[in-house]
Design a binder for this molecule. Structure first.
Ligand code: NMX
Ligand code: MLT
Length: 368
């Protein structure tokens, strides 16, 4: 097939169908023949069912079965990688009340705790004792700043910026990665908790929600609002094949109105802030540079360009928390879309998501 081949014609009838049969990518590990069932890299599964499980994993990873030596080496490597649970991760699981939740919840939390232990050496402890008692009647944003102990003008400024940020991040269509992921998981009738946890994992990537953290770190690395120095920095990043955070979009082809609004708010609340001044100059300097690369479809700022500098200016000094603020807001949009999908088709709900992947490099094969 060539890039211009038409694979599928989408009609009205395909909409709200859980994307049934609509090709979205290619796959090298397996395909499902409508009659013969699943094939792993070309082999019908019945041919493989009596092999060692590690050899079949090897097949999926390397696209061929291992030799005897490769098989032995692979099993040794897997055994070597098996590790004791770090104590912090173990404590997370031990802290769960016996009998509460489903074992799948424990599995998910255990995996997340392992991931946290892997990046930080151990899981972090919270500081509950520093928080003011919750007053939900204050509303989402104000209760949050109240719990942090903010008062007076500082609280007012924080409330103003956070409320603005919150509203701008609530929803962004159905196809953004986190929303799509949340709805996909929900379509299997997983709980809303499980669906939202999956959505938040999707949001955590630097090309999606974590771009707000990455963008502020980027701004701090630039460290000057001198346009020539900003230009040299951006060109060096592009030469090193690194993304210019805060620019580009999968759908938008002009400056994101949310970027304009956030930068506009910055002019009110922190016009002299060093990071904010760098952001303003990035907004001017970067688009002409990105336009030199015709493959970049949208050279303009996205929502993440200015949000980190604002959060920093109002007192949130740890960029690694910024994506949690994005997620805090986006949960609402994702839940709303999940509810809509659950109510679709007279309450039967959208069917389970099951897009089609076109098999490549998987000729039919049989074991001798
Ligand atoms: N910096 C460097 N390269 C870029 C950028 C950018 N800002 N935007 C697009 N490209 C590249 C992209 O990597 C791709 O390269 P290749 O063909 O080598 O894979 C090429 O240009 C074409 O990409 P597009 O079709 O223009 O964009 P796509 O839809 O694939 O990606 C983003 C959209 C948002 C992932 C991409 O623009 C990007 O990586 N931006 C920087 C990260 C960022 O700010 N993300 C936040 C998006 C908003 N959000 O909150 O989710
Ligand atoms: C979002 O708000 O989710 C981002 O702009 C990404 C997107 O819409 O794809």
């Amino acid at each position: 097939m060539t890039e211009d081949d038409s694979l599928f014609t989408i009609t009205e009838g395909h909409l709200d169908s859980g994307m049934r049969g609509i090709p979205v990518g290619t796959c090298k590990t397996s395909f499902v023949d409508p009659i013969e069932g699943v094939h792993y890299v070309g082999y019908p599964v019945e041919d493989l069912a009596n092999l060692e499980e590690e050899d079949v994993i090897y097949l999926l990873m390397h696209k061929r079965l291992p030799t005897e030596e490769e098989s032995e080496a692979f099993r040794t490597e897997l055994a070597h990688r098996a590790m004791e649970m770090p104590t912090g991760a173990l404590r997370v699981l031990e802290s769960l009340t016996p009998g509460s939740g489903h074992p799948m919840d424990w599995l998910s939390m255990g995996i997340m705790a392992l991931g946290a232990a892997d990046t930080t050496g151990d899981v972090r402890s919270g500081k509950k004792e520093n928080l003011q008692p919750s007053k939900p009647e204050l509303g989402l944003v104000e209760n949050f700043t109240h719990m942090l102990g903010m008062t007076g003008e500082e609280a007012e400024r924080m409330n103003r910026v956070l409320r603005f940020f919150f509203i701008l991040h609530l929803d962004h269509g159905g196809g953004n990665l986190s929303t799509f992921t949340g709805k996909a998981v929900a379509s299997g009738r997983a709980t809303v908790y499980a669906s939202i946890a999956s959505a938040m994992n999707a949001l955590s990537g630097p090309l999606h929600g974590r771009a707000n953290q990455a963008c502020l770190e980027f701004v701090q690395r630039i460290g000057t609002d001198d346009p020539d120095e900003i230009e040299s920095f951006v060109r060096a990043e592009l030469a090193a094949k690194r993304p210019i955070f805060g620019f580009g979009h999968g759908v938008l082809r002009a400056e994101d109105p949310r970027a304009r609004l956030l930068i506009g708010l910055g002019a009110e609340v922190c016009p002299d802030d060093e990071n904010y001044r760098i952001v303003k100059n990035l907004r001017e300097v970067v688009p002409p540079i990105l336009k030199e690369h015709p493959k970049i479809k949208n050279p303009y700022p996205n929502v993440d360009l200015g949000s980190g500098s604002l959060l920093h200016a109002i007192g949130f000094r740890k960029p690694e928390y910024y994506t949690t603020f994005f997620g805090w807001a986006r949960v609402a949009g994702i839940c709303a879309q999940i509810m809509d999908e659950r109510n679709a088709r007279d309450g039967r709900g959208t069917p389970i998501y099951r897009p089609k992947y076109i098999p490549i490099n998987q000729p039919h094969r049989r074991l001798e």
